[in-house]
Design a protein around this ligand. Structure first.
Ligand SMILES: Cc1cc2nc3c(=O)[nH]c(=O)nc-3n(C[C@H](O)[C@H](O)[C@H](O)COP(=O)(O)OP(=O)(O)OC[C@H]3O[C@@H](n4cnc5c(N)ncnc54)[C@H](O)[C@@H]3O)c2cc1C
Length: 466
């Protein structure tokens, strides 16, 4: 292809991969689909990104940005071929400016490293997706990722105050800045965050940091009924106490973790809620007692407080193992992140039970229950076409349930290819059209990550190999 030869005139040849084997290894992410790019280009500086985008824009070649490909909704997949733009080889760099309480990072920096760098100054970077040890900040920004601490502190968008971005036409721009307050013009920073690589390539981020709380307290509460757990979560959140984390695991998740990497979780429990309170030691001691009372009064079987930091870390490690542990139960897992207003969690649990029965599918549930963001995972086998048809119907019903309960298609995993067909259901025709018009004005030739977020004509949810 002519454009691949042209690429070699400004990108070092060892950063361009065109063999089938190389392209094949870029055809997956953490979701379902499998699409081959025509070429992989590994970029390590903004000038390279700008040059690639200028060329792609001229030849109308799709460009699919890619961090570490842990995306669960198909975001980095080259669904229309073109270039897989790999940012994972860009040197990781994070610089903390403690007097301004900010950090400036390169797009490839792993999220966990940002928090580690902040901690060296007694600060913290709160967003903590479970994939923080592998995923890049570029991917987090594009997906607006969140994690357990989202309950108290918010998600990625709440901590980004400035970006450097290469536009689809290859121009390098800056949005926002280094100040906490900034109301100059439209907030392009927030528009880019969560746009899933459809508006340009993020090449640098300026992030807000917070003082690290002096103390944390973990507690694990055991329930013999999932609905009671949901009610206890709602009751705690309306009691005047705001935990930093409040995570839910159902029995199947508890058992899967115990089979995978035993952590001493109660395997007979129907559900557990793992809570973290943070703040000054005196305050969290009072709050811990209060939360235990609330949970026990509403029907918790028991609550336990780990005696050492190591014990608490073991419980949180167990929570992080849920995803890999349930992946061992069946060959395929379809991971969803239906999110509802917090008071509707018990209703969502009921709807999931009905969906499970109706379509005869295996669903396990865990997630960030404190902010209404549950992860129902359908465990199945991609090779069984008949089962996958039932899974498709179950997933459609989950989306419908979330929206009917006043919620959203995605709390943090993004729309990608998988949820694009359902966008109109949530946004309405006019809302979706307005979003599309913004996209078209940023990217007149439609080269940035096509096939994501916006439904294509006749597109349906398909989880089968057709
Ligand atoms: C085990 C596991 C646990 C997870 N836990 C969580 C969780 O707790 N919370 C959560 O929110 N997510 C979670 N995820 C999903 C995933 O880790 C996040 O979406 C993450 O932000 C993706 O980062 P990445 O570097 O892998 O990006 P990729 O998967 O490579 O890309 C994600 C999207 O970002 C775009 N993109 C990447 N880099 C750039 C850039 N520099 N500029 C513009 N666009 C870019 C891509 O085009 C794509 O649309 C989990 C995934 C796994 C596999």
């Amino acid at each position: 292809m002519e454009w691949i030869e042209e690429l070699k005139s400004f990108i070092p040849e060892e950063q361009i991969k065109t063999t089938l084997a190389d392209r094949h290894s870029y055809s997956y992410d953490g979701s379902f689909g499998e699409y081959l790019p025509d070429a992989v280009v590994q970029v390590k500086q903004k000038e390279e990104v700008a040059a690639v985008l200028k060329l792609a824009n001229m030849y109308h070649i799709p460009v699919n940005p890619r961090g570490q490909a842990t995306c669960l909704s198909g975001g980095p997949l080259p669904v229309h071929g073109g270039i897989s733009l790999d940012l994972s080889q860009w040197p990781q760099h994070v610089e903390v400016f403690p007097d301004d309480l900010i950090a400036v990072t390169s797009p490839s920096t792993r999220t966990g490293k940002i928090n580690e760098a902040a901690e060296a100054y007694g600060l913290m970077y709160p967003p903590d997706p479970s994939s923080a040890h592998v995923a890049t900040i570029g991917g987090n920004l594009a997906e607006n990722s969140g994690g357990p601490r989202g309950l108290k502190y918010g998600v990625t968008k709440d901590f980004v105050i400035g970006l450097e971005l290469v536009t689809p036409e290859g121009e390098i721009i800056r949005t926002g800045g280094r100040t906490i307050k900034n109301v100059t013009g439209f907030d392009l920073t927030k528009l880019v965050v969560g746009s899933e690589g459809t508006l340009g390539v993020i090449t640098e981020a300026t992030l807000k940091l917070l003082p690290k709380p002096p103390a944390v307290q973990t507690l694990m509460v055991v329930f013999d009924d999932v609905r009671t757990a949901g009610a206890a979560i709602s009751k705690t959140l309306t009691s005047g106490i705001l935990p930093s984390k409040m995570e839910f695991m159902d029995q199947a998740c508890i058992q899967a973790v115990e089979n995978f990497q035993p952590a001493g979780l109660p395997v007979d429990a129907d559900a557990i809620v793992i809570i973290e309170l943070d703040g000054h030691p005196e305050t969290i001691a009072i709050e811990t007692e209060r939360v235990q009372d609330i949970m026990e009064n509403i029907g918790a079987v028991k609550s336990t407080i780990p005696e050492t930091e190591a014990e608490a870390a073991k419980i949180w490690h167990a929570r992080k193992q849920v995803s890999p542990a349930i992946a061992k139960i069946k060959p395929t897992k379809v991971s969803e992140d239906a999110t509802v207003p917090r008071s509707k969690i018990p209703d969502l649990m009921d709807r999931l039970d009905v969906i499970k029965e109706k379509h005869n599918v295996e669903i396990v549930v865990f997630g960030h229950a404190g902010d209404g963001n549950l992860h129902p995972n359908v465990l199945c086998d991609k090779r069984d076409q008949e089962e996958m048809r039932r899974v498709e119907l179950a997933v459609e019903d989950m989306f419908e349930a979330a929206i009917e309960l006043g919620g959203t298609l995605s709390g943090e995993h993004g729309i990608g290819t998988m949820k694009a067909p359902f966008m109109e259901m949530e946004l309405g025709e006019v809302g979706l059209d307005l979003m599309k018009r913004i996209k078209d004005s940023w990217d007149p030739n439609g080269i940035m990550n096509p096939g994501k977020v916006f439904p294509e004509k006749g597109q349906k949810l398909v989880l089968r190999n057709e």
